[in-house]
Design a protein around this ligand. Structure first.
Ligand code: HEC
Length: 145
């Protein structure tokens, strides 16, 4: 009986994990918990590691659940706002390309330079825009949270 209960608990946790991040196959706990300071990952690597589970490998999100980062009017209106999203998370109701999102994005643990890299990957490579951000922008957001 005891074993059965803990199996149920385990299944509940797995189900929760699946619900909150539809794409769990890329998520290895080892990967998540390893310190990355020395790894010097590219913006794309950082995206795949920290963002793709929700916003999807193709950066197009899941309509109504995880907003798109590619061709997102919200993101492109001011990419500096994404710094705040990443550092502090985001849970207010927003509208992206006319679709309402009322979800929860947890704060993502990254160094300042990793924030710059991942945002500029989205700006330049994914959206072909020139609104790149820099380290001073990250510092400014930290001073004015
Ligand atoms: C656990 C899921 C999850 C992860 C991981 C995640 N996000 Fe989000 N993100 C969300 C949700 C949900 C929202 C919408 C929040 C709301 O409704 O206010 C969002 C909103 C955003 C927005 C503003 C909306 C838009 O589409 O322009 C940006 C920018 C963003 N995320 C970037 C990122 C970046 C960059 C990463 C990785 C460093 C990341 N997110 C990681 C779930 C996630």
């Amino acid at each position: 009986m005891r074993t059965l209960l803990s199996i149920n608990k385990f299944l509940a946790i797995v189900a929760l994990a699946l619900l909150s991040c539809q794409n769990t196959e890329d998520l290895s706990l080892k990967q998540l918990h390893r310190s990355n300071a020395a790894l010097n990952l590219s913006g794309k690597d950082l995206y795949m590691k920290h963002c793709a589970a929700c916003h999807q490998n193709n950066t197009k999100g899941v309509k109504g659940v995880f907003p798109p980062l590619k061709d997102s009017d919200y993101f492109l209106e001011d990419p500096k706002r994404a710094i705040h999203n990443i550092l502090y998370g985001q849970s207010e109701q927003i509208k992206v390309n006319g679709v309402v999102y009322q979800g929860i994005m947890p704060a993502v643990k990254m160094s300042d330079s990793e924030v710059v890299k991942v945002v500029n990957y989205l700006v330049k490579d994914v959206n072909k825009s020139n609104q790149i951000i820099n380290l001073n922008d990250v510092k400014w957001v930290k001073q004015n949270p």
